[in-house]
Design a protein around this ligand. Structure first.
Ligand SMILES: Nc1ncnc2c1ncn2[C@@H]1O[C@H](COP(=O)(O)OP(=O)(O)OP(=O)(O)O)[C@@H](O)[C@H]1O
Ligand SMILES: [Mg+2]
Length: 444
């Protein structure tokens, strides 16, 4: 029987080696909890009264690195978007998000500025009527003070009419108080029953003190009926008596917080994840592979996916064109010994299999701040005494995106690492890369 183009497409999709794009699974209960809180907020049950209230509008997600905290929130966000696209579906809330970075710890408010910039980007996509509604709300609530916001978040000029940026005057404490007031009033003004605001701040373990102060003001301030806050942090990387946990304690004196701990997957849940990832249907048949991966990763999702890719690189897991299935050849004892003990080691292995000039680009990018644009990379990357021209660099970066190492927003020329651990692996790869090809690696 002739093979149809649909069959070829399905086989191609099944044989993809980028396992990190696998379907999100095993977190249904947590996603459900987030939807419940969001429904409260839609009913105006966010922060509102001048005393401790029983309902919560705050979800704090803890867990070790690679357990899937950020992915959980991405899934929740995707669900909301999907629902909003249904005929007669609810409006899409303003989902504003930012991520703290280990490398930019010294930059105050980095994630908060990102979040409010993402609000400005969102509003630019909406129609003029909506833009006018928001503009007049802000004008009414904040008046001339609104201009101060643009000195911290320049992108907000799209919704704030001001000629010049205002400058914060007075003492540091006064300036901070003013900022808290302005951010709080701004969020209160733009969030409505039809369009609540969800603020998601990731990697709170790297949050600076000034940002924490601002977050606290947002979570404890009144009249935030339609505001939901989600924070993720690596719970094993903060001090028990540190600033972050103390901030959470203060919030709980005002309203309860939903605390979700994202843990490693059980062996059975990992088995299901692998089953979906490898397009298999026989739960029992895949257990042999699950056992080997589980032994190495204890069910940490990110590590498990990297190990699966490593098994594939080592030709222990292969896609058979004859049976159109993934198959494996494992000798439990020797295979486990061959595999990386950590995510960073596994990703280093992945990078070391790339062509040498791409390795150098990745190493260079890893030593920059969280994002790097193509032009800067062109000016900095010298491999074997030659600058890599843009027309060679672009497809290389494209292949790193396809391999799940980098991500870039559509139409943007800026790339960033798909995960902090991948960037970390790139940093460690530097000596190996310098050995392999003669290159100058500049740190910016
Ligand atoms: N529920 C899931 N189902 C399938 N794959 C997942 C799931 N959760 C996470 N992953 C995969 O694991 C990778 C790491 O997950 P994620 O970045 O969400 O971890 P994290 O807990 O936020 O880690 P970190 O604290 O280091 O930021 C993701 O890129 C994704 O490929
Ligand atoms: Mg994360």
């Amino acid at each position: 029987m002739p093979v149809t183009s649909t069959q070829i497409m399905v086989t191609k999709q099944m044989s993809t080696k980028d396992f990190s794009r696998c379907r999100v699974s095993g977190r249904e209960e947590h996603i459900e909890s987030l939807h419940k809180i969001y429904n409260f907020v839609c009913q105006g049950l966010g922060r509102r009264v001048d005393q401790r209230q029983e309902e919560t509008s705050v979800a704090i997600i803890g867990g070790s690195s690679g357990t899937g905290k950020s992915t959980l929130i991405k899934q929740f966000h995707d669900d909301l978007r999907e629902k909003s696209q249904l005929p007669e579906g609810p409006c899409m809330p303003f989902f504003i998000q930012g991520k703290f970075d280990e490398l930019v710890g010294a930059d105050p408010f980095s994630a908060i500025v990102q979040a409010f910039s993402s609000f400005a980007e969102d509003i630019m996509q909406r129609d003029t009527e909506e833009l006018e509604r928001i503009r007049s709300c802000i004008q009414k609530q904040l008046g001339a003070e609104a201009a101060l916001l643009t000195s911290v978040v320049p992108l907000l000029k799209v919704v704030i009419d001001c000629e010049d940026e205002s400058v914060m005057n007075g003492s540091k404490e006064n300036a901070m108080n003013k900022l808290k007031y302005i951010f709080h009033t701004f969020v209160g003004a733009v969030s409505t029953a039809q369009q609540p605001v969800i603020m998601f701040l990731d990697d709170l373990q790297w949050c600076d003190l000034a940002s924490l102060d601002l977050i606290l003001a947002l979570l404890t301030g009144l009249d935030m009926k339609y505001f939901m806050f989600i924070g993720c942090y690596r719970s094993d990387e903060v001090e028990p008596d540190g600033d972050l946990l103390r901030c959470f304690e203060v919030v709980t004196t005002i309203q309860p917080m939903a605390r979700i701990e994202v843990t490693n997957l059980s062996k059975d849940k990992l088995n299901l994840l692998l089953l979906h990832t490898l397009y298999r249907e026989d739960e029992g048949g895949i257990m042999e592979l699950t056992e080997v991966i589980y032994k190495k990763t204890s069910g940490n999702i990110f590590h498990s996916i990297q190990i699966l890719e490593e098994l594939q690189r080592k030709k222990r897991v292969t896609f058979s064109p004859e049976t159109s299935q993934w198959e494996w050849d494992l000798d439990d004892k020797t295979t486990v010994k061959l595999l990386s003990d950590s995510v960073v080691e596994a990703v280093m292995g992945k990078i070391s299999h790339k062509r040498p000039d791409l390795q150098c680009v990745l190493v260079l990018a890893a030593h920059t701040r969280s994002g790097i644009d193509v032009d800067t990379l062109c000016q900095l990357t010298v491999v074997n005494g030659r600058f890599i021209p843009r027309e060679e660099l672009l497809p290389m970066l494209g292949s790193a995106v396809a391999d799940g190492l980098l991500v870039s927003t559509v139409g943007s020329r800026t790339y960033r690492f798909a995960h902090d651990r991948i960037q970390e692996a790139g940093e460690y790869e530097v000596s190996a890369c310098a050995r392999r090809v003669s290159t100058f690696v500049l740190t910016v």
